[in-house]
Each structure stands twice: as C-alpha cells, then as structure tokens.
Write a protein that binds this ligand. Structure first.
Ligand code: NDP
Ligand code: 2IT
Length: 451
C-alpha cells in the first residue's frame, strides 16, 4: 500500500487483499465490499484509523472455530455435520450473534453474517461485539429427538468458547426456541452452572425476555415507519409483501397489520402465497410455529388465496417490500420490478437479502431503502435487553420492553440518517449505517491498542 494513493484506491487494495486471503467465500467478499465502499471519507477524516490499520484488522476475525458434529438419527444411522463459530470483533462488548442451521452453511456464510453483526450491534448503542455461528445441519424433516441429539453434540464442543462475559449466541435461520432450549440444557449440564445470559432467545419460563421472539420483525417495521415519517407518509393502508414465513416474517406481518398496513403475500423456499384480502397470520403461525409445515398448505385453509409454486414474490406489485428470508433473495431484476410497480420502501428483516445490483437500483430510484444492519437490529438489541434482565435477575413487562425496542429503532434510524447527511449522502441509509457502525468500533479499537 504505497503512500500517496487516493483513499478509495487504498480501500480497493485492502479489499483485494481480503479477497485473496479468503478464497471462495463469495458472501463474505460481498459484505466486506459493501462496507468498505462507504469508508473513503471516514479514512480521510480519521488518519489514525489508517495508521492503525483498523480496516485490515476489522476484516480479520479475532477467532474462528470449526469442529466435527457427529450424531445419530432415530434409526441409529450416523451423521457428521460441521460446526462453526466465528468470533469476529469484541472491541465494544462480548461476542454476540446468532446460530444458523441450514444445509447451505459454510465458512463464507458465517463470516459474512459475523462481519455484518459487528456494525449492526454497534448501531444498537448497546455494548455487544460481533459473532456468528451455525452448522450445515438441516433441521427440516428431523424429529424433535434428532434435533435434540444434534444440538447436544454441537454444544459439547461449543460450550468451552461461550460465557456470559465471552460469547453469547442466539437464534437465526433454523434455530428457534426449540433448538435454544436443547442448547441451553446441554450447556447447563456440562458446566453445572445456571448461566442465563450465555444464550438469548430463551423461553419465558427459563430466563427469556418478553418481546425477543417478536423483536426482529417488529423492529424492522418500526424502521420502515421512521423512514416513511421522513417522507411525511405512514404505513396506514399500504400494500405490503413480506418474503419468508419464519420468525422474522411472522412478526413483521404482525406489526405491519397492527399499524394498519395490508400484507398480501409471504413465502417459503418452495413457493409464494398471495392473498389479496390480507394474509391470515393465525394460519401462518399454526402452520409454521406449531405444525412445522409448508406454506403451500395455507391455500387449503383459505380457498380465496393463491399458491404459486416456485413463484417470485417480488413480481407482486406492492408499496412496501420486506425481505425476511435469506441472503441475495432480491437481485437487480427483482429490484427493477419492485420500483417499476411503485414500491416506495424496502426494509431488510433478513441479512444482506439484496444483491449489490439490487441496492444500486433502489438507490438510483431514491426509494426509502433500509439495509439489514440497521433495519433488523431490533432482534439483537432485544437480546442485549434479555442479557440486561438476566444480569439483574429481573424480568420486564411486554409493554416496557417493546417501548425500549421502539426507542432503539428510532435511535438507529436517527443515527443512520444523520451520519449519512454529515457525510454528504442524505437519505443513503447504507452509507449511514456502515459509517456510524464502523466509527464506533474503530474508535474503541484504537483506544484498546494493537490487540
Ligand atoms: P427462520 O428459520 O425462522 O425462517 C426462515 C424463512 O426463510 C423460512 O420461511 C425459510 O423457508 C426461508 N428461507 C430460508 N432460507 C431460504 C433459502 N435459501 N431460500 C428461500 N427461502 C429460505 O429464520 P428467521 O426468520 O430467524 O431468519 C430470517 C432472516 O432474518 C435471515 O436472513 C436471518 O439471518 C435474519 N435475521 C434473523 C434474526 C432473528 O432474530 N431471528 C435477527 C436478524 C436477522 P423454508 O422453511 O422453506 O426453508
Ligand atoms: O442476525 C441477527 O442479528 C440475529 N440472528 C440475532 C442475533 C442475536 O444475538 O440476537
């Protein structure tokens, strides 16, 4: 890196180094590129960040753990999965971030998620560092006993890296209340400690927080509400589309409906349900939270709804789009379709659901676009509230906790808005989120010295 290079060129060089050091990890490269593209002016204003090589350091995880997870299915057949925990950055607090169980999981996915988590967690204003973990285990079609045996085997290695003051996982795709229960049970058994704050997303009867289940979806809707407020608009009567039908999608739909919007479609990995009258959330909850079935069955319960196998949910005209399933689910073409059909606002409940081409389309069209780091931070923020309750052996009411979540999302909106404006990018929440999150962590890293 020669002296005299323009800052953007310097950043390009750093990015090329990250890519070369981490071959084949496409999602990680994508997440890093997006953050680094926002940082040119930050380095110009803060020469100490360049001197201390903060960008290079922040792109290298503090610790990466990969292990073998053997387990037996109900017929006695042996299976081998791979476990991951990437402890990315602990400059501002304990490692914090979810666990994902999905067959697509490999190191590149966990690293992209862990990297995003650093900045997201910083934006919440809470003292939490960034991490992510998971496995290529597929919980679909497995019995409760199989899931339990897998979780116990997974935790039998992971436990030694965790702790209330060290690393605190939670859920993500494929990891919900059931899995967290089995994981916490095995942690408690191995360590012989009731260490509540070692995991978040726990059940209400055993150390969990009210509102954590709802928090990511509710928070994403609060974020849209704030983005629309700037444009002197509201969610009332808006036609909305929410992809996925898991934890984030369900509580996104719930809050949208509470705020008077009309949600007409949701999906799973097999297809899309379109219900012009408005999605009946009780049916979705029964199918997904209780019976663990496919969204196609929604159409059997509602004859006036249409099921589109393998359908593309972004082809459905809407005013507000909330991707809540997985990464790269909106490509450039989908983004163009959304804009052409009159979409006013997109807020990402999922992590990195829009490809770089898609993001460009939204930004050029100047619609309100809230990236995941900002829009879905309500989940992890409420995890931090759960840790706060555990630390004080207290439990707060639903109303009190939800008010805190609402306040945090308004704060994140305001911070990202103001930071973007300060850096000459008014209305660009991507720049605002990346810059504000980065500066907070970078300052702490400088203060803590070369570690
Ligand atoms: P769930 O496992 O509860 O639900 C995931 C949903 O997305 C399901 O409907 C699933 O369909 C669908 N989906 C998952 N993977 C794919 C895929 N490869 N292709 C198509 N559809 C897919 O997970 P969550 O709701 O917790 O997570 C959803 C998103 O939100 C993820 O991006 C996650 O990282 C993000 N997130 C989650 C937070 C949380 O607190 N849970 C916090 C912040 C972000 P199917 O059942 O058919 O697989
Ligand atoms: O992506 C995320 O922010 C999460 N899956 C939640 C992490 C957490 O620790 O609550």
């Amino acid at each position: 890196m020669g002296a005299g290079l323009a800052f953007d060129e310097r950043i390009e060089t750093i990015f090329q180094q990250v890519r070369a050091r981490n071959p084949g990890e496409d999602e990680f490269h994508q997440a890093v590129r997006e953050v680094l593209e926002s940082l040119g002016q930050v380095l110009a204003k803060h020469p100490e960040f360049a001197e201390q090589k903060i960008i290079e350091r922040i792109c290298e995880p503090e610790r990466q753990i990969i292990w073998r997870v053997p387990w037996q299915d109900d017929r006695g057949e042996v299976h081998i999965n791979r476990g991951f925990r990437v402890e990315f950055n602990s400059a501002i607090g304990v490692y914090k971030g979810g666990l994902r169980f999905h067959p697509s999981v490999y190191l590149g996915i966990i690293k992209f998620l862990g990297f995003e988590q650093i900045f997201k967690n910083a934006l919440t204003g809470m003292p939490i560092g960034g991490a992510k973990g998971g496995s290529d285990f597929d919980p679909k079609g497995k019995s409760d006993n199989e899931v339990m045996r897998f979780c116990q085997s997974f935790m039998t290695e992971l436990y030694r890296h965790l702790g209330e003051y060290r690393d605190v996982p939670a859920g993500d795709i494929g990891v919900g209340g059931r899995e967290l229960g089995y994981l916490f049970g095995q942690y408690k058994r191995i360590t012989n400690k009731y260490e509540s704050a070692v995991l978040t997303g726990k059940g209400i009867g055993w150390g969990g927080s009210l509102v954590r289940t709802e928090a990511t979806g509710y928070g994403a809707v609060y974020f849209v509400r704030e983005m629309l407020k700037v444009r002197k608009d509201t969610l009332e009567g808006k036609r909305c589309v929410v992809s996925g039908s898991g934890n984030v999608a369900i509580y996104t739909i719930e809050k949208l409906q509470q705020l008077g919007a009309r949600v007409i479609a949701c999906s799973d990995s097999n297809g899309v349900v379109l219900h012009e009258k408005g999605i009946d959330l009780q049916t979705v909850k029964r199918l997904k939270e209780v019976e663990r079935r496919r969204i196609s069955e929604y159409a059997s319960a509602h004859r006036d709804a249409k099921y589109i196998p393998e359908g593309n949910i972004w082809d459905i005209p809407c005013q507000v789009a909330m991707p809540s399933a997985t990464q790269n689910e909106i490509n450039g073409r989908d983004a163009k379709t959304l804009v052409k059909n009159g979409c006013l606002a997109v807020a990402e409940g999922a992590n990195m659901p829009t490809t770089p081409e898609g993001v460009r389309v939204f930004q050029e069209a100047k619609i309100a676009y809230g990236p995941g780091k900002a829009a879905n931070a309500g989940g992890v923020a409420t995890s931090a509230l759960e840790m706060q309750q555990n630390a004080s052996r207290d439990s707060w009411s639903f109303e009190f906790t939800e008010k805190k979540l609402d306040g945090i999302m308004s704060y994140i909106h305001q911070t990202t808005w103001e930071t973007a404006a300060e850096y000459g990018a008014t209305g660009n929440y991507v720049a605002g989120a990346n810059i504000a999150g980065f500066i907070k962590v970078a300052r702490a890293m400088v203060a803590l010295g070369l570690v």
